[in-house]
Ligand binder design. Sequence first.
Ligand code: SF4
Length: 718
Amino acid sequence: MSVVTKRSFCRFCHAGCAIDVDVDTVANAVLQVRGVQEDPMYEGYTCVKGRHLGFQHEHPGRLRQSMKKTANGHEPIDTNLAFDEIAERLAGILAKHGPRSVATYCGTAAYQNATGLPIAAAFHASIGSPSFYTSSSIDQPGKAVAPLRHGAWAAGVHAIDTADVAMVIGCNTLVSTFGYPGGLPGFNPLVRLRRAKEAGLSLIVIDPRFTEVAHYADLYLPVKPGEDTTLLSAFIREILEHDLHDKEFCAQYVNGLDELRIAVDPYTVDYASRRTGVDAGLIVEAARRFAAGPRGAVSTGTGPDMAPHSSLMEHLVLVMNTLCGRYNRAGEMVQNPGGLMTPPGPLRAQVIPPKPETLTKGPKTRIRNLHNQRGQAPTSTLAEEILLEGEGQVRALFTLGGNPVVAWPDQLTTVRALQNLDLHVLMDVHMSPSAQLADYVIASTLSLERPDVPTTIDRWFDQPYQHYTPAVLEMRGDIRQEWQVYTEVAARLGVTIKMAGGDITPGMAVTADDVLDLIYANSKLPLSELRKHVGGALFPEYVTTVQPAEEGANARLEMVPEGIAEEMAEVFAETTSASVIKGFDPAVHTFRMSTRRLKSVFNSSGREVEKLREREGTNFAHLNSADLAELGVKDGDIVEVASPKGAIKAVVKAADDVSRGTVSMAHAWGGLPDTPSDLGIVGSTTGALIDLESGYDAITGIPVMSAIPVAIRPAPVG
Ligand code: SF4
């Protein structure tokens, strides 16, 4: 055995931790993964998933050859032959039904793959298909659309390292390793949080669960699931009523302060307390503590972004930050100038104007009259776009880094849709529940088999940091990198894929590094420069001083753009956010299902690795023990969790960190419906509880995927 240590970064989740990988070069296999102490961003941090990368890569169920669905089930197929057949079938579909009939869905894993998702998007642009879907439209789409109504501050929000206060809503960074700019850092999160606290950070945590992050909170507000919009409205009212806002900033850069006062007026502290379950004194204290700052931001995670009124909720987050002027001003130093893989340009102390007209400019969906946002169609409509016959029906689907059967909302409709496709090409590393329905499963790479850069997190680093990794392992077997699926099919179709740095013409020989160069041709930090560094590095030459506004810049941030006052009035008219769901009965649906992140499994990734899955057990229904006693169930019992839309069974776990009336469950577990499986191992699919047609966000289309009203009862025997 010959062992070589190679430096790389983990791509199990988006956090991109620097790692050293001991590789048996004879067997081309991972022996051990550990953190890199000297890495300036991660300082040796890894989590259990990253340390199990070897088990993921060498999993006995790992696909090393592609599969084709036949009358006898899935059978191996030479991958090049699969490309020939796929291209032939796709050509027929394109000729008969046009480009819109061909869709791609990029799941969460696609965001940890710098070449796959951009090539998929470019392929769609090249064939003229608007049917490009990603997991971001069923995760936190409110974050992308809120600045289009409110506007944005070009120099960015205060970073955590200079913050006096941070208000974190529904984001458990210590488990999710997710932190949006202004929020807690997702890289080396515990050390960063402790350091921030030692430096005097006042942390306000708002969550229905006393999460791992909440243990470090100076103020913890146990909000009822789905009531963040009400709470934020009450904060804003309190700040305005007591003149605690940044009056100078608002006078210069803000429109609609009077309208905002009117819109929040009904949201008194007493009203918000009754509705959210948070003590009135805590609401006042949180609002005042945040307003006192003077530096620091409000940030959110998946929970509130999957709950009712998610676009409004994200708008109110921006309003809070604007109201208190939590933005970098002229002359201030900004460590990360909006990412190093983004195009260069000065950071200026000025407003990027709202562009509400763009919300309705994208191609229109045939379902629920939604529009594509930022080049992406809403994934919540894709199953119905497949099922609804007529002009524009989706007939062919490529799935990259995703597992629709357990991840898309409304599982039964999803499965029916996948079974209805003329062609489903799924790139995967094992025969997932979704792979079991696909026509072709292209055996694909895992992270250590690809060169890469962490691009999802590039803009979120709080330092000018980047990391290029070459492939650590050679590709073994008849597998392909995901970008190759598109270039190979495009070549056979005679399609040229247009990239920022040039074209990939049919038959052109390209490597993964060539593709990276074509995608990031305009990045501030040239890839040729980044490649000179072994491992992650800081690039202090990109630290930026915020420039004054351009001459004549006079755009303003809109506090109450069209639709906001109306939706706030709608929210006030509800007694609970659950009332947006058709069939909700307050006497029956007395619990709210709140989504939960896990340490050992990332959405559906990692469940196939026995050692990781065992650490979680299953996706338990976590309930407060007082609720368990009332229900007459105990740890390990099976309960039925029933929403107005559907019902699942789940294994109970007592968890007194969960507020009463809340059931906390991880999503993207389970398997194909009606397939006998062990609930205690495979878990259950919370997507089966989700209604596509009521309660969805009017802009993004995201259905209510957290804070779902449910009834809980002991499961019927049998
Ligand atoms: S936090 Fe994410 S990137 Fe870091 S080691 Fe864990 S799974 Fe890998």
